[in-house]
Design a protein around this ligand. Structure first.
Ligand code: CS2
Length: 464
């Protein structure tokens, strides 16, 4: 018999259904007036990371403030810029999906905690209906537009931080107001409608791993707006907010096996759950011009300046990740836990953090850097995540500047050695040959990569 689909109607039966499969199981599920949520947050790039991170923290805020009707302003309207997959999976579930947090205890036994998240009220696919997305941004309910569109989604040059006006998407969006294709185009055109309607300004919250993400988004958006309309440029510059934010949770791509396992445990079919580690960090500047959910309830931290936290994270978490990813793809370690289990890789990553990354960081008062480093090594070793090195290896040209080249620059500035960071960059260049140590070819996924004949040609490096 086909199991029923995850849906508000089956949600009520969920504990019973799930306990048939596993008697001791506790499944967290929405306990607030979900049917009364408004779209206060429009999120561009509703992939697994957003669903496992910001949406989970929003869910915690909705629970914490369930007695306060104002908290219901903060439902999430998710937007996929191109692919319909998330919408197609979540629409029959009325936006519900499961977050599975997976880890291993000290004795090696694994655990999984399941939570049905209800914060996402609708998913739109921009490519199918650009106007619906522009209308959501220009709607009176919208107060925050957040983004996880990945590094390449900003259409900028990561080395200079400037908008790439030669990007075909940006060139298109300057000419076609009603049918943008880039995140920058959607923001500018949506805000243009808001301004024309006399609606209040918004907060634009980048949650991507780019340097000074809020400041960078502001600069790129203003560069675009300046070419559209001087009044729009000034309205955005003077009235919208762009907090910088550091986000952290390891969220591998959901596999078919994950979906099958989670659906079997729930007793209802969830077509697209998300899987992540228990660890979560979200540190941001409290510069929200139109209010925000009480994200503190889900563990978010608000600080004056996010830069030190962001630098810490981009270098230690992401720089180490990229180093393991390139060496892992080439040497045949398919997941980060397999890579970090190799004693030489463990020594490389642990030493790189301690001797070549931590000394380059701005002061972080109150942070126990040694404990952070130890915890991070344990996070990389989480065997329950199966985080693929090939997934992390994608889009290296967009990632390497802030992850590895930035600390290298700092080391060069003070005349300090950086053999481990150099090995990370060398790993990337070696990876760009498109062939592993056994001679097997693989595809390089990176914006500047181009296909030529029978093999992939390494992207031309634009950043070093
Ligand atoms: C990873 C990140 O794929 C990658 O490039 O380094 O997605 C990483 O898992 C997250 O930033 C962790 O917060």
């Amino acid at each position: 018999m086909t199991p029923p689909r995850l849906h508000p109607d089956t949600l009520a039966q969920l504990p019973q259904l799930a306990q048939l499969a596993q008697p001791s199981l506790q499944i967290l599920r929405p306990r607030y007036a979900r049917e009364r949520l408004h779209g206060g947050i429009v999120h561009l790039g509703i992939g697994a990371f957003h669903r496992a991170h910001q949406a989970a923290v929003t869910e915690a805020a909705l629970h914490a403030d369930a007695a306060d009707a104002r908290s219901l302003d903060w439902g999430i309207v998710g937007v996929s810029l191109r692919r319909p997959d998330t919408r197609d999976a979540l629409a029959p579930q009325q936006g519900l999906y499961t977050l599975a947090l997976r880890g291993a205890r000290d004795d090696g036994s694994r655990f999984e905690q399941l939570q049905v998240i209800g914060a996402v009220i609708e998913v739109l696919v921009a490519a199918d209906d650009p106007d619906a997305v522009l209308e959501r941004i220009a709607h009176g309910d919208a107060r925050i537009v957040s983004l996880t569109v990945t590094e390449k989604g900003y259409c900028h040059d990561p080395a200079t931080g400037t908008l790439n006006f030669n990007d075909p998407g940006i060139a298109h969006d300057l000419l076609h107001a009603g049918t943008p294709v880039t995140a920058i185009g959607y923001l500018a055109r949506g805000l243009q409608r808001r301004m024309a309607r006399g609606l209040p300004p918004l907060t634009l919250l980048s949650c991507d791993n780019i340097a000074a993400n809020g400041d960078t988004l502001r600069r790129l958006l203003l560069a675009f707006c300046a070419r559209v309309d001087g009044a729009l440029h000034d309205w955005v510059a003077e009235r919208c907010g762009f907090p910088n934010a550091m986000v952290d949770r390891i969220v591998p791509k959901t596999t078919v096996d994950d979906a099958a396992r989670i659906s079997a445990t729930l007793g209802v079919e969830d077509a697209w759950p998300v899987v992540g580690e228990p660890f979560l960090q979200w540190v941001m500047e409290d510069r929200f011009v139109a209010g925000r959910p009480r994200w503190e309830a889900g563990g978010a931290q608000f600080v004056e300046h996010a830069h030190p936290f962001e630098t810490l994270k981009h270098r230690l978490v992401n720089g180490s990740h990229s180093t393991m990813a390139y060496l892992g793809v080439v040497a045949g370690w398919p997941t980060t836990d397999r890579a970090i289990a190799v004693p030489a890789v463990h020594a490389l990553v642990a030493g790189m953090m301690a001797h070549e990354m931590l000394p380059t960081l701005p002061p972080l008062p109150g942070l126990d850097t040694e404990a952070y480093r130890r915890e991070l090594l344990a996070r990389f070793a989480n065997p329950a995540l199966q985080h693929k090195t090939s997934q992390i290896a994608m889009d290296g040209s967009q990632k390497i500047p802030q992850r590895l080249l930035a600390p290298i620059r700092e080391r060069l500035r003070v005349g300090a050695p950086f053999p481990r960071l150099a090995l990370g960059v060398a790993g990337w260049l070696h990876f760009l040959r498109g062939r592993d140590e056994r001679g097997a070819e693989y595809r390089i996924e990176d914006p500047p990569a181009s296909y030529s004949g029978s093999r992939w040609v390494a992207p031309r490096c634009r950043c070093c």
